[in-house]
Design a protein around this ligand. Structure first.
Ligand SMILES: CC(C)(COP(=O)(O)OP(=O)(O)OC[C@H]1O[C@@H](n2cnc3c(N)ncnc32)[C@H](O)[C@@H]1OP(=O)(O)O)[C@@H](O)C(=O)NCCC(=O)NCCSC(=O)C[C@@H](O)CCCCCCCCCCCCC(=O)O
Length: 732
């Protein structure tokens, strides 16, 4: 809806009303059309102001309408009519003007926005803004198709418009003013200022105010600018089609008259609108928000659990993870006690952490209170903190000891969290006096950069403990996903199956290059072998050794079997050769030096694989990319269904968020569970069954019970899976 009233005698004020973000639903569009008509037809009205209720201008088109039959007045002619009006129209922008919201503002003759305060810091003036503006359609698999690709380059120039449209980034009011998107910013009430401004421009000529009549500022080398832009978007999101279409649409603005440019924008939008990528990205937009509404099988929920205030936190262990976590906590404004019992490691951390903070502050344009962190070699220093995150070496005996000590030293209500990536959270809880205050906070390296946080609740974790960890994660800028306690939790448990298949494919005749190419063409930034080289092959080796799996003394058929299932010792053998990946300059690939970054094919490795196959009587066969994708991805997806079945994750959105934010799953494919829905659950079952028949010694290729049940229920769309899961749980 839109509310219309006349204010200050001669200003028609149109207020968009569609909480929470005033999205341009059919009824809002109808309201705008009706109100504009009324204002233009009223002789008493000399100028018009458009604003949004509750301090938000407009979050753009209503994304939920995209999946349905479109109705109501279309945006393009609506904005055209506003621009063509013979009375000045002013956009009063508070909060967000995004997507269609900014396109609506670009159709107005003037744009005024709110800028909260002017702060003087070290002689540099910075504006602390509330408003954010942008054209984020590309992040939804679309382009700004209500004239955004044609008006923005005409207003601010092609290079700046290309940057905003292809990245979808939001800019502050200060930056928008600098770029020329805004005419004016104010610290006062934006609507009041806009009304006064509207009165002041009454009767002035609008000839120079209609952006569609502008020409793009000429540029000397347009071809190379667009070639460069195309290369950039192609390498930033491999296989994503929307950024490419955005470049093409802006090119049309730079080279064609406005009307033809609009035709091109429409044509390009038509190819994107019904694409699988747009569906995936729009699903993911809502999935990200759904993970915040967490629940556990015991009935704890986000809306009934009260988080505790956390002002002071401690980190135990200042290795790579501990340092990153310390930085993330300090960046979130907490006071941090950083404890490391090894003097040398502590000394190194006291230098490394401040420089990580400094780099972060420079990148983010923020400031950090330098004495928000205190360092100590003594665990007693954590006596008064509200929450502890243990990040010591991944060794159960060591962690047990730390938790026993923490339980004695800390206040009785201190939350004790572990950053373990796979160890048993319940067991650690059992070492403390208050197991209800123990949860896992599984960060991903580098912990101050990676967006994902798995919050692992144990059998006895209290709802308040889960809520506190979830809220702290959010404060640190993480996407926090609540998951149950099991080996590897959700992410690493699924990853294990994926890695196993990749090893088996090498045994059967594939090369690391072939497997990685298939995965990278699918959209992963790195294939599984390049990723292992980067993170270090020794990490998994240590875990397998601790589990009694990495025994390379076994010969004959038993060398490739563990606990009755197929096992590949390839990773263990490489580690025995001292090939730990990038850090040693050799792994699945070779590098020019230890620590080198550029992976090159390694003839030694290919020889090694040939000899290995010959030794085990394995006849190499031709493996194509499709098999690589199906074997690696479907087995990972199958484990995801198992995780849903067991209640370790509450819904498919949780798993998808974990994979996109933590494991490089291409966002334009929505996450593994959404991908399964797109491929078709029946097909996933059929392929898994086929591969299981061919490899009966790999039990995880058997389709999970939930996957089969979904197929038996007619393969409902992903948003209905929770019903099938719920029905199953209620029968238990
Ligand atoms: C606005 C935000 C920054 C606010 O953030 P905040 O953190 O405060 O709040 P939340 O993010 O939690 O959001 C709260 C709540 O609101 C929901 N929501 C937010 N935005 C939208 C929206 N735009 N639509 C619907 N719902 C929205 C959100 O999901 C939350 O609810 P939930 O229940 O999930 O918790 C932030 O929300 C934000 O960033 N929003 C998205 C901004 C955005 O991306 N906007 C762009 C939208 S796309 C667009 O505008 C397209 C335009 O260019 C118009 C194009 C014209 C279309 C014409 C169609 C032509 C079709 C042609 C092809 C046909 C061919 C053929 O069929 O033949």
């Amino acid at each position: 809806m839109a509310q219309y009233r006349r204010v200050s005698g001669s200003v028609g004020l149109i207020t968009l009303q569609n909480p929470p973000v005033n999205a341009l639903s059919a009824s809002v569009r109808q309201g705008i059309v009706d109100s504009v008509k009324r204002a233009l037809g009223d002789q008493k009205v000399k100028s018009v102001v458009i604003c949004g209720q509750n301090g938000v201008f407009c979050g753009g088109a209503d994304i939920r309408e995209f999946g349905r039959q479109m109705s109501g007045p279309p945006l393009v002619p609506m904005i055209h009519d506003i621009e063509a009006a013979n009375k000045p129209v002013v956009a009063a922008i508070e909060g967000s003007a995004l997507g269609g919201g900014l396109e609506l503002a670009l159709g107005c003759h003037y744009r005024i926005s709110h800028s909260k305060a002017v702060v003087y810091h070290c002689f540099i003036m910075t504006m602390s803004d509330q408003a954010k503006l942008g054209l984020p359609e590309v992040t939804l698999g679309l382009l700004p198709a209500a004239g955004g690709t044609q008006r923005l380059p005409r207003l601010i120039g092609v290079p700046a418009a290309l940057n905003l449209i292809t990245t979808g980034r939001h800019v502050t009011a200060a930056e928008a003013l600098q770029l020329g998107i805004l005419d004016h910013v104010t610290e006062h009430n934006t609507v009041d200022v806009a009304v006064k401004f509207a009165l002041s421009v009454t009767g002035e000529s609008l000839d120079g105010r209609r952006i569609s009549s502008f020409s793009c500022a000429p540029l000397s080398d347009l071809d190379s600018l667009f070639e460069e832009a195309m290369l950039k978007v192609r390498s930033a999101a491999r296989g994503a089609i929307a950024p490419v279409a955005c470049v093409q649409a802006v090119r049309a603005a730079a080279t064609l008259p406005y009307a033809q440019g609009m035709e091109r924008e429409k044509e390009l939008m038509a190819t994107l609108f019904h694409s699988g990528q747009a569906r995936a990205l729009q699903y993911f937009f809502f999935a990200q928000r759904a993970v915040g509404r967490w629940s556990t099988p015991s009935g704890a929920r986000w809306d009934t659990s009260q988080p505790r205030p956390v002002r002071k936190a401690a980190v135990i262990g200042l290795g790579t993870m501990g340092r990153g976590i310390t930085v993330a906590l300090a960046q979130a404004g907490l006071s941090v006690v950083a404890v490391e019992t090894h003097a040398k490691q502590l000394m190194e951390a006291t230098k490394a952490v401040p420089s990580m903070l400094k780099r972060g502050a420079v990148r983010g344009g923020t400031t950090i209170e330098p004495d928000s962190i205190t360092y100590s070699q003594n665990l007693q220093a954590v006596a008064d903190v509200d929450l502890v995150i243990e990040a010591v070496f991944e060794d159960m005996a060591l962690k047990e000891k730390v938790f026993q000590q923490l339980s004695i030293i800390c206040k009785p209500d201190t939350l004790l969290c572990t950053n373990t990536s796979s160890l048993d959270v319940d067991h650690l809880a059992s070492q403390t006096r208050h197991p209800e205050l123990v949860v896992g906070m599984h960060f991903f390296a580098p912990a101050h950069v990676m967006k994902l946080l798995e919050v692992v609740y144990g059998r006895r974790s209290s709802p308040a403990a889960v809520a506190t960890a979830m809220q702290l994660g959010k404060k640190m800028g993480k996407v926090s996903v609540a998951v149950g306690n099991c080996r590897g939790f959700a992410g690493n448990r699924m990853l294990k199956r994926y890695l196993e298949q990749a090893f088996f494919l090498l045994e059967e005749g594939a090369t690391p290059e072939l497997v990685d190419r298939a995965l990278e063409e699918f959209g992963f930034p790195m294939g599984v072998f390049r990723m292992s080289d980067l993170s270090g092959l020794d990490v998994g080796w240590r875990v397998r050794k601790a589990d009694g799996l990495a025994d390379t003394s076994l010969t004959g058929t038993s060398a490739r079997v563990r606990q009755g299932c197929r096992y590949s010792p390839l990773g263990d053998l490489l580690c025995e050769h001292g090939r730990f990946g990038q850090k040693t300059g050799r792994g699945w690939y070779q590098y020019d030096k230890p620590g080198g970054r550029v992976a090159k094919s390694d003839p030694w490795l290919h020889n090694f694989l040939d000899e290995y196959r010959a030794r085990h009587g394995l006849v190499p066969r031709c493996i194509d990319q499709q098999e690589v994708l199906e074997r690696c991805l479907f087995v990972l997806i199958n484990e995801g269904f198992q995780i849903l079945e067991e209640g370790i994750a509450a819904g498919p959105e949780d798993i998808d968020a974990i994979y996109v934010f933590g494991y490089g799953w291409p966002r334009h494919r929505g996450g593994p569970m959404f991908y399964a829905d797109m491929v078709g659950l029946e097909r996933v079952v059929e392929r898994l069954e086929r591969y299981h028949q061919a490899h009966p010694d790999v039990p995880y290729l058997q389709p999970s019970g939930l996957l089969r049940r979904l197929v038996a229920n007619g393969s409902p769309p992903i948003h209905k899976w929770r019903n099938v899961i719920k029905n199953r749980n209620s029968q238990l």
